[in-house]
Design a binder for this molecule. Structure first.
Ligand code: ZN
Length: 155
């Protein structure tokens, strides 16, 4: 019932919003540090569910915290939506389902590629550069930053 996602959330909510995607229950044990929590559960990050998430965030106040759990591709989309709503990086916690596909940002052609094999390298779908995947997750881009794995050999 995604259309009721924001129901029950008081205007000006300043607690922790825990949004999970798919079958994950990673947010269940999340310690909110005694702050009130509001749980949202979505099947996946679709334009509809992201719109619901935006409306919830729009009704909450500065100071709210957001916890996202689920497959990386869904978290990525949700984190980008949260950034659009003005949430800062430190206000968003990502509990990524490591088994899911990883999203990698290519600095060469600015394309994001979904690495379904979840390996340490992936071929960029934009420019075919083999990208090594770093641990640095950019919430602004909603992806892990990649770099050319074989740059030294190529030049
Ligand atoms: Zn590329």
């Amino acid at each position: 019932m995604p259309h009721e996602a924001g129901a029950g959330l008081a205007p000006g909510f300043r607690g922790v919003i825990c949004a999970s995607f798919g079958a994950t229950d990673d947010t269940a044990d999340h310690d909110t540090g005694g702050r009130p929590r509001h749980d949202l559960r979505f099947e996946s990050a679709t334009p509809g569910t992201l719109s619901d998430l935006r409306s919830v965030l729009g009704r909450s106040r500065v100071g709210v915290r957001l916890v996202l759990a689920g497959p990386p591709a869904d978290i990525r989309a949700a984190a980008a939506a949260a950034a659009e709503c003005g949430l800062l990086e430190e206000e968003v916690t990502l509990l990524s389902d490591e088994a899911g596909p990883c999203v990698v940002y290519c600095p060469h052609c600015l394309t994001t590629t979904i690495d379904r094999a979840a390996g340490s390298e992936v071929e960029c779908q934009g420019c075919a550069t083999v990208l090594a995947i770093t641990d640095h997750f950019s919430r602004r881009k909603g992806a892990y930053l990649g770099y050319s794995a074989h740059a030294e050999e190529a030049s």
